[in-house]
Write a protein that binds this ligand. Structure first.
Ligand code: R5P
Length: 311
């Protein structure tokens, strides 16, 4: 088995390799003067089971192209099996046609990965589970929930918890976390979004008064959804609001929005490499999912069960 990395999140790739007690495959992913991407693998991969770690986060298109070119290089170097390890799958939110004459870009990205030569995909908390069905190759979707639940039990386990979904679409994810927290009660923020990039909290379904609320979502992008939800929960009498979000996209002014929000803390994972701003914020904490991904890789390589990781 070999672990290779693009430039998107080297610290995560190194941590995964360390978990597996393997060196990272010696390869260079470079840019020509005009920004074309060039990949050169400096060791033999013929007949190898290769895992390429590359979240397709900002800059999304560059990172995606790097991943496609890495896969092409591996295929032409006769790797036996290539698994695209995409901890954060960019374009996942474009998983349906929101209107006439619009694309389904998540499906296009799935096609590109398959066409480049990926034999399998491994991702974490896909925005919508059905994106697995966009691939005709095996696709494993891991959940960060066990890592989050352990952290919540350790930090907030002594409080009267309420798990909160920031929108109706996130209820299944929130319910699954609540189950892991000794069946904590569930509330839902009924959010209406008028325009893309703007969010508005309408009302809270459930009684959050006197509760330490745990907001759970897959993505924090502009931070609007979460910060508005946190304020609405505090207005309804929550004692504190902490957010656990798998993918810290954190674009634009998101970090300062979070820092100045009613949130007690934002906990994200390292599926996306955090910016210096995010690392410097005393409201943002990062949990690693390297052991989770490393263990899934080990099981894929050994052909043992991945789903039992979540029992
Ligand atoms: C949407 O369905 C996602 O689950 C997130 O709630 C959304 O992407 C967060 O975006 P923002 O942080 O920009 O409000």
């Amino acid at each position: 088995m070999k672990i290779m990395s693009g430039n998107s999140n080297l610290p995560l790739a190194r941590a995964i390799a360390a978990y597996l007690e393997l060196p990272l495959t010696d390869a260079a992913v470079r840019r020509f003067a005009d920004e074309e991407i060039f990949v050169e693998i400096h060791e033999n991969v013929r007949g190898e089971d290769v895992f390429v770690v590359q979240p397709t986060s900002y800059p999304v298109n560059d990172n995606l192209m790097e991943l496609l070119i890495c896969i092409d290089a591996l295929r032409r170097a006769s790797a036996k099996r290539i698994t695209a390890v995409i901890p954060y799958f960019g374009y996942a939110r474009q998983d349906r046609k929101p209107g006439p004459r619009t694309p389904i870009s998540a499906k296009l990205v799935a096609n590109l990965l398959t066409e480049a030569g990926a034999d399998r995909v491994l991702s974490v908390d896909l925005h919508a589970g059905q994106i697995q069905g966009f691939f005709d190759i095996p696709t494993d979707n891991l959940f960060a929930a066990p890592v989050m639940a352990a952290d919540i039990q350790a930090r907030y386990g002594d409080q009267s918890l309420m798990v909160v979904s920031p929108d109706v679409g996130g209820v299944v994810r929130a319910r699954s976390l609540a189950k892991r927290l000794d069946n904590a009660p569930l509330a839902i923020v009924d959010k209406r979004r008028d325009k893309p990039g703007q969010s508005e909290v309408m009302n809270i379904i459930g009684d959050v008064k006197g509760r330490a609320c745990i907001l759970i979502d897959d993505i924090i992008d502009s931070g609007g959804t979460l910060c508005n939800a946190a304020q609405a929960l505090m207005d309804e009498g929550a004692t504190s609001v902490t957010a656990y979000i798998t993918h810290g996209v954190l674009s634009g002014a998101a970090v300062s929005r979070v820092t100045n929000s009613a949130l007690k803390e934002l906990v994200i994972t390292d599926s996306i490499q955090a910016t210096d701003d995010a690392k410097a914020s005393d409201k943002i904490r990062i949990l690693t999912i390297a052991p989770l991904i490393g263990e899934a890789i080990r099981r894929i390589a050994d052909e043992s069960s991945v789903s039992s990781l979540f029992d």
